[in-house]
Design a protein around this ligand. Structure first.
Ligand code: PEP
Ligand code: MG
Length: 324
């Protein structure tokens, strides 16, 4: 299997009917970076910055973070890195953070909500990201944006840090794209202006699915009831893809499901043209896409949706088997 994937490492994920899907990888540590080369990923679609905060027993220093972000970008070379700002709270608890003891941490004070309410750490991190770039182009995205104003406020904070960096005589990225993670259903229904303003959107499918079904992603008992290929969820992904397309807003999917070949095929059939996944999944997903006719897959999904089936999985698997 390894060689099968190695042979297509530098080939595009183009379906039989000519649709190309961008393949990016998720990362969070320096040791992940060599996978950019070995997996054939086109870039880092999600760099989870919280790991450096989770591994310490105090908030990391700005210079230390800047040095790390710089090394990440050195290792990525010409491939673009999308850094996600600190995403803590809920399942990611810092040992040195005051215990906030909330009844529902997943729906509590987490991610960008913390960053906006207590901006000290977020500003420090933004400064570290900009300094790490040393003038190179970069993407920055904010986690868990649930409404348009949170995106505007986050972006304004970033812009203020860019201005202060310039005043201090530091280089700023030659191109800075600013995006939002779509992880709550609410953001899919944000005003048009959100989609016009945002440089790109990344669907955080792990959280999005948890909130779509109201099923805790950490609770196997309830999580396993709800299939990602359930017609409701796929139709929701399609709605997001169409809304983004109507505003020419680039959109990708970076949750774990992007790394599952059948799920990835369905996301592509729903209109997504960019996926970000763990490096080891790139080969299998690319192999699936390159052997599939996307219009036919869409037809199978639409027929299943029309039949009242709860999930398209069975029909799709039958189709894949018959196709050989
Ligand atoms: C997600 O929610 O899908 C995501 C990519 O972020 P995380 O898994 O880190 O919450
Ligand atoms: Mg998430």
């Amino acid at each position: 299997a390894q060689t099968k994937y190695a042979a297509i490492r530098n080939e595009p994920a183009t379906t039989l009917d000519g649709v190309t899907v961008g393949m990016q990888m998720n990362a969070g540590l320096m040791v992940d970076l060599p996978s950019l080369e070995t997996s054939g990923a086109e870039g880092v679609g999600l760099f989870r910055t919280e790991l450096q905060f989770l591994m310490r027993n105090a908030v990391p220093k700005r210079d230390e973070l800047a040095a790390l972000y710089s090394r990440v970008m050195d290792a990525a070379g010409d491939k673009r890195v999308t850094f996600r700002t600190l995403d803590i709270g809920s399942d990611k608890v810092l040992s040195y953070m005051k215990n906030i003891n909330e009844p529902n941490p997943a729906m509590g004070w987490r991610a960008i909500r913390m960053g906006l309410d207590k901006p000290g750490v977020m500003k420090m991190q933004l400064q570290a990201l900009l300094r790490g770039a040393k003038g190179r182009p970069m993407n920055i995205m904010f986690p868990f944006i649930a409404q348009y104003s949170e995106f505007l406020d986050s972006r304004a904070m970033l812009e203020a840090v860019v201005e202060s960096e310039k005043k201090l005589g530091h280089a700023v990225p030659s191109e800075l794209k600013v995006g939002a993670m779509l992880e709550t259903p609410s953001l899919a229904f944000a005003p048009d202006q959100f989609f016009e303003t945002c440089d790109f959107i990344s669907i955080g499918g792990n959280d999005l699915k948890q909130f779509f079904y109201a099923a805790d992603r950490e609770n196997e008992r309830v999580r396993s009831r709800y299939d990602t290929l359930n017609v409701s969820f796929l139709s929701f992904i399609e709605l997001i893809a169409e809304r983004c397309k109507s505003f020419d807003t680039p959109v990708s999917f970076c949750g774990e499901d992007a790394g599952k070949p059948v799920e990835a095929l369905c996301f592509a059939a729903m209109g997504l043209r960019n996926l970000s996944m763990r490096p080891a999944s790139i080969g299998p997903v690319k192999h699936m896409l390159r052997k599939a006719n996307l219009a036919e897959a869409k037809q199978v999904i639409d027929t299943a949706r029309g039949s009242g089936a709860q999930s398209v999985r069975k029909d799709l698997m039958d189709w894949l088997k018959n196709r050989g």
